[in-house]
Design a protein around this ligand. Structure first.
Ligand code: SF4
Length: 394
């Protein structure tokens, strides 16, 4: 198949669903790591088309959602400083910090600008040599290389008034942390295809072996997700736990060596906190000593900030797959995309936003969390489980 619409073909989807139904003999809980996969699953109703034995658990793969509150508060603090132009992708502007967000900082006189690339921020720095320009560098292995390259360019072109507020995170240590948690119910992973297109698959075999968990590198279209589920279920039913690449049109074993070289030139691996989850060893990057001059945290000395999470937001549980968004009491009532309490409702890749956008408003009695076993096994299949009727895949 060469074209995107072929990866949404209903006949092929039916065939994959039939194969999954034929293979499954008992309940399995699979985690899709990436927020882009979560949106595809909810948008196309894939979780409702699968046999009821298979539960899809939404993972922590949304860059906006996992950026720690402390880092948001540091961004707010820097953006308020006189002489600073603070640049960010648009979806970070509405993420609540302690008491306010970047939009409010802009309303209070801060020069906060939305850019579409870190190179736009570098150009702004070049055009405003008397100002300090800071770019908010967040995200996974997918966004870290262009941000590293921008810092590399700033150094090469001697643009000294450009710095990066770095909050980059790495997926494999998060998978490790999820599997180590005593609450973990995940039995198989759909790994994020775009992350692997950069990093390759070398980091996964050790995880699969240590945790005895199948990991299938998966894309983002409906057939990609169904094929990822099919391969994961086949492994689980056979008692296997290996790494498979079901996204070969984008992922090779070695990934993108040029991007990896840029990462290791500019960044070094460090422990990182994940919003709602906590600190995970070796789960992120920071600028290496050589590039310290371009590190906004170092340049603006933003330490000792007092952070406070809103008590009613349960996005930490959502990000760990312990709670479905529509099981949160605030979902759709006091928390909506217009008035979000947590980052998982703000971000275009957030699980709460996906449930709200695709009208999953009735998944659970508000405030009552169904038992995990009930979610995995109970219930007469919905009409959508038995056919594609009503699904955008039909
Ligand atoms: S629905 Fe809102 S309050 Fe509840 S977990 Fe999601 S973002 Fe937090």
């Amino acid at each position: 198949m060469k074209y995107i619409d072929e990866f949404q073909n209903p006949d092929l989807a039916r065939r994959l669903l039939d194969e999954i139904r034929a293979a499954v003999t008992r309940p399995w809980a699979l985690m899709e790591v990436c927020g882009g996969q979560t949106h595809s699953i909810i948008r196309h109703g894939i979780d409702q088309l699968l046999p009821p034995e298979i539960e899809l658990i939404h993972g922590p793969g949304c860059p906006v959602c996992v950026t720690p509150l402390e880092m948001i508060d540091k961004a707010l603090e820097i953006a308020m400083r006189p002489g600073v132009i603070f640049c960010s992708f648009g979806d970070m502007l509405r993420v609540p910090g302690t008491g306010r967000d970047l939009f409010q900082v802009r309303g209070q006189g801060g020069d906060v600008r939305v850019v579409y690339s870190p190179l736009d921020a570098l150009r702004i720095a070049e055009e405003n040599p008397e100002r300090e320009v800071v770019f908010f560098g967040i995200g996974f292995e997918t966004t870290a290389p262009p941000n590293a390259m921008t810092v590399h360019q700033a150094r090469k072109r001697n643009i000294r008034n450009f710095s990066l507020l770095v909050s980059h995170v790495r997926v494999p240590p998060a998978i490790d942390a999820i599997m180590r948690s005593p609450d973990c119910r995940v039995q198989g992973f759909l790994a994020a295809g775009h992350v692997c297109s950069v990093m390759g698959t070398a980091e996964y075999p050790d995880l699969a072996r240590r945790h005895r968990v199948p990991i299938v590198v998966t894309g983002f279209e409906p057939l990609d997700v169904l094929e990822g589920v099919r391969r994961t279920v086949l492994q689980l039913e056979r008692g296997e736990h290996t790494v498979e690449n079901a996204y070969q049109r984008a992922v090779t074993a070695e990934g993108n060596p040029a991007a990896q070289a840029m990462l290791s030139d500019v960044f070094e691996i460090t422990d990182r906190a994940w919003r709602g989850i906590g600190a995970i060893p070796d789960s992120g990057w920071r600028l290496s000593e050589r590039y310290r001059d371009h590190d906004a945290e170092y340049r603006f000395s933003v330490e000792g900030i007092d952070t406070r999470e809103p008590a009613e937001c349960r996005s930490g549980e959502v990000l760990q797959g312990l709670l479905k968004p529509n099981e949160c009491e605030a979902f759709g009532t006091t928390c909506t995309p217009r008035s979000p309490l947590g980052a998982t409702m703000v971000s275009s890749e957030g699980a709460c936003a996906a449930y709200y956008l695709y009208r999953r408003l009735d998944g659970a009695t508000p405030g009552r969390r169904p038992a995990a076993s009930a979610r995995m096994t109970s219930g007469t299949p919905s009409p959508a489980t038995a056919s594609l009727e009503g699904s955008p895949l039909a």
